[in-house]
Design a protein around this ligand. Structure first.
Ligand code: HPA
Length: 267
């Protein structure tokens, strides 16, 4: 598959909508879409009006692009993403971030809802992603694109941490394990992930980080721990709980990113 050809219509469409001037791209995960409302001078474009962007069927993923300013910096935010577990290919899942890269946007903030594995985490904890473990069985790179090392940018991570201090938001850090989903993990799987060194588990983000990094984009990420992972929490998990905690944490999450975007832009 030719990675650049499949995004040509999307690149043209994004350019038409003015996304090309953005300096930082954001992908907003489940329940975290509220940040889009903090974007000033916003132009909102439904995915239906953007050519070549796959549309999510998952509740909590609005399916719109918001182009505007956050903390005085031009941004483009994807409110809603598609997932491998919906049946989309790894190329479709990474189409938006590859198009952002092709437009020359060289910083990306990936956000998601995740289950907490680290015992220090509670529902509502925000975690800066320092690295990932890819358990999705897919990755978006061709052999000639394989880069060395982790896509997660240490300097951008430090900027996130600095922003958290300035915004008086508590920000933990840790390793994100990406699984295929859509089922939540079994307690045995969570014990395995803990043993492997994962601090949080989710069903997205990994392929986007790999594809963006391979395209020369610097990548940062924040997980909102919406629940303790299976076996660590007492009760069963639900998507409603994930959405609700996402909403409750929204004010901290929004403050963090409003402070972070200008720092990321300058990093
Ligand atoms: N597991 C996987 N993905 C998730 C979880 C979880 O516990 N919570 C939110 N997304």
């Amino acid at each position: 598959m030719n990675a650049s050809k499949d995004i040509q219509p999307l690149i043209a469409s994004l350019q038409q909508h003015g996304a090309g001037q953005a300096r930082v791209a954001l992908v907003l995960g489940s329940g975290l879409g509220l940040l889009a409302e903090r974007i000033e001078k916003a132009k909102i474009v439904s995915y239906a009006d953007i050519e070549g962007l796959p549309k999510s069927g998952v509740p909590g993923h609005a399916g719109r692009l918001v182009i505007g300013e956050l903390g005085g910096v031009r941004v483009v935010a994807q409110q809603g993403r598609v997932h491998l577990y919906e049946g989309w290919s790894v190329f479709e899942v990474t189409r938006a971030v590859r198009a952002f890269a092709a437009l020359g946007i060289d910083k990306l903030v990936l956000t998601n809802a995740a289950g907490g594995i680290a015992r220090r985490f509670r529902p509502g904890t925000l975690m800066r992603i320092t690295d990932h473990i890819n358990m999705q069985g897919r990755q978006p790179l061709a052999r000639e694109q394989r880069g060395a090392g982790s896509p997660w940018d240490a300097a951008l991570g430090a900027a996130l941490q600095q922003a958290a201090d300035a915004a008086h938001v508590r920000l933990e850090s840790g390793v994100y394990a990406g699984l295929l989903g859509p089922t939540y993990e079994t307690p045995a799987e969570v014990r395995m992930l803990e043993w492997m060194g994962a601090d949080a588990v989710g069903m997205s983000t990994v392929a986007e980080a790999l594809a963006a990094h391979a395209a020369g984009v610097r990548v940062a990420g924040v997980s909102c721990i919406t629940n303790l992972a299976a076996g660590i929490s007492a009760g069963p998990l639900s998507h409603e709980e994930v959405m609700e905690v996402g909403r409750q944490t929204a004010s901290d999450f929004c403050r963090l990113l409003e402070h972070a975007v200008p720092l990321l832009d300058r990093s």
